[in-house]
Design a protein around this ligand. Structure first.
Ligand code: SF4
Ligand code: SF4
Length: 289
């Protein structure tokens, strides 16, 4: 993980993580799995599909990123990881292990690359050659020797579709993402006001942003997930703009109890709605054409 550690350090030093200070924590654990599981010998790297073509929450305003339509993936996937670990322990005997899904100090994308699940695209996502990038990443770190897979080559080639489409110019050269300019960061992670220079750039995104994945040619191979827990509730499907604006905090908490949307809190959703409402929506492709 030496090279990955160097890249992470550089990214943090440039402040490209914005106000996400938690990313600075536990640097030593991120780059050394034996600090998470003593005597760790293997990392099992896993992908779980969340692509959903049937639902329109990412197509009509206010837009919600596909990953957030249903139940929080941390809950759904962690349960599956524990089942898998139990299976391994039943088959093999006692192993020391920990499971992770976007929750611990683990360089998830780097492990996925090392295990041949895909390559890091210019948009910073892990891309699988057979099925694109709409995946959650997860890991089991364990003290068990396994047969290891190796990395794949990068298939982005000369394509720049994601860079061209990003409305906030958050995709920098050499696969560096300026997290502090990304719509996902503004709409989910940022606790303060959204800066004025972002006005008119959100293209209707209220929670997250899928633009750089939607334009990626490798995602033409994406197939719908089969996870019922990732399907949106009837109530969420029925929400239209006015209802979003009229929603009370009490209703919000009830509706989104186990949803990724609760991360941004009621106040964050209100702020985002106000921001996209008061700023005209013009897609970058419209400007360019
Ligand atoms: S998620 Fe949206 S804002 Fe962020 S890099 Fe991709 S296109 Fe740009
Ligand atoms: S849109 Fe093109 S450059 Fe961007 S990640 Fe996909 S293949 Fe790579």
């Amino acid at each position: 993980m030496d090279e990955d550690a160097r890249q992470l350090e550089k990214w943090l030093n440039k402040g490209l993580h914005g106000t996400m200070k938690y990313m600075e924590n536990y640097f030593d654990l991120r780059v050394d799995p034996t600090k998470l599981v003593p005597d760790a010998k293997s990392v099992i790297s896993l992908l779980y599909n969340y692509y959903n073509e049937e639902t329109s929450l990412d197509k009509i305003e206010p837009r919600i990123s596909k990953y957030a339509f249903g139940k929080d993936y941390h809950i759904v996937i962690k349960e599956k990881l524990f089942h898998l670990l139990e299976y391994i322990q039943n088959e093999i005997g006692e192993v020391q292990a920990r499971v992770f899904v976007d929750s611990g100090p683990v360089l998830e994308r780097s492990w996925a690359v090392k295990s041949g699940l895909g390559w890091i695209g210019k948009n910073g996502n892990l891309i699988n050659k057979d099925s694109g990038s709409y995946y959650f990443l997860a890991e089991i770190i364990l003290d068990l020797d396994l047969e290891y897979d190796g990395p794949l080559k990068d298939y982005c080639g000369t394509c720049t579709r994601c860079i061209d489409a990003c409305p906030t110019d958050a995709i920098l050269p050499e696969k560096v993402i300026d997290g502090s300019r990304c719509i996902s960061y503004f709409t989910i992670e940022l606790r303060d006001e959204i800066p004025d220079d972002m006005k008119g750039k959100f293209e209707g995104w209220m929670f997250g942003c899928d633009i750089c994945q939607d334009v990626c040619p490798w995602n033409r191979f994406a197939e719908n997930h089969k996870e019922n827990q990732f399907l949106p509730s009837e109530q969420l499907l029925e929400m239209h703009k006015n209802y979003w604006e009229d929603i009370t905090e009490e209703v919000f908490k009830k509706l989104f109890k186990d949803s990724p949307l609760k991360r941004t809190k009621y106040s964050g959703i209100q702020r985002n709605l106000e921001f996209i409402k008061t700023n005209s929506v013009t897609s970058k492709s419209d400007i360019n054409s």
